[in-house]
Design a protein. Structure first.
Length: 284
């Protein structure tokens, strides 16, 4: 079908704008540096004008292939033993994530890495709780024998709480261990959902992080340690990012606007916008 390219519609590929004093971080270039370029027609015997958006013949021996992620054009030799006659049809090609959805994926994966750290810490605490359960009587006797020394290091209140916990039987400790296991499962599920950039992962992360703000706010009333303050600032930032940038609960247009942004940045029309008018194919 024919396409029209209005004047001024050209969008420069990442890293090619000479007027920018400060280079913009290009997540497309990062993705290609890590995963390699996404090319079409490298195994095709022939290409035609219909394929000019993604691959073009130069002189029969060489071709220009366009990366579907970063828009770079790479010169490659024509395949000596092609696996197919023509490049894949449009409906066979899965366009890679690019534009705003790609930037969002990097942010979500950064948040997911913090959840991995949380899971590791919770597993260590869970292991400690299980070790206390196994050696409860021995630890209680050691605590009573060294209570005076421990009060100097930990304070009398902390030692009293430990004595009450170890003297209360295995029930409270099993309850704590079960709670820690639930937290590990929730944090792990949240991390997987965020890493895969799923909508349910974003909602789960928003709910869990919001609930986590409650004990952090209560802790600030009794302690203003740097770790508590930094943790709360980070979690508030995550909640605000998920709510407004990911448009949860219908905020700023909700899921429909997210889908529209994805269609705008990850589509054949988006690829055409990164071609100068004079270079745009007449048939795409």
């Amino acid at each position: 079908m024919s396409s029209q390219y209005p004047s001024g519609s050209f969008v420069r590929p990442p890293g090619t704008d000479p007027t920018r004093r400060r280079p913009r971080l290009s997540f497309e270039l990062l993705g290609c540096a890590w995963n390699g370029h996404v090319l079409v027609g490298t195994d095709a015997a022939t290409v035609s004008q219909d394929d000019a958006l993604v691959v073009r013949d130069l002189d029969g021996d060489r071709r220009l292939h366009r990366c579907l992620r970063c828009d770079a054009w790479l010169m490659l030799p024509t395949p000596a033993e092609p696996a197919r006659q023509r490049p894949a049809d449009r409906d066979e090609i899965v366009l890679p994530t690019r534009g705003r959805p790609l930037k969002s994926r990097y942010v979500l994966r950064l948040i997911a890495l913090t959840r991995v750290f949380n899971v590791l810490v919770l597993l260590l605490v869970l292991g400690g709780a299980i070790a206390v359960l196994v050696n409860q009587s021995t630890l209680r006797d050691d605590l009573l024998a060294n209570a005076a020394s421990l009060q100097i290091v930990m304070g009398g209140q902390a030692v009293g709480q430990l004595q009450g916990l170890l003297s209360g039987g295995a029930g409270p400790l099993w309850f704590i261990a079960a709670g820690l296991l639930v937290l590990v499962l929730l944090e792990g599920t949240e991390g997987v959902g965020l890493w895969r950039a799923t909508r349910w992962g974003e909602y789960l992360s928003f709910v869990l992080t919001t609930l986590l703000l409650v004990p952090e706010a209560l802790e600030l009333t009794s302690s203003t340690s740097p770790g508590t303050i930094i943790g709360m600032v980070v979690n508030v930032g995550v909640v605000l990012y998920l709510l407004f940038s990911k448009r949860l609960f219908g905020v700023r247009g909700g899921a429909a606007t997210v889908a529209a942004e994805r269609e705008h940045d990850i589509s054949w029309a988006a690829l055409r916008r990164h071609l100068p008018d004079a270079a745009a194919p007449t048939r795409v």
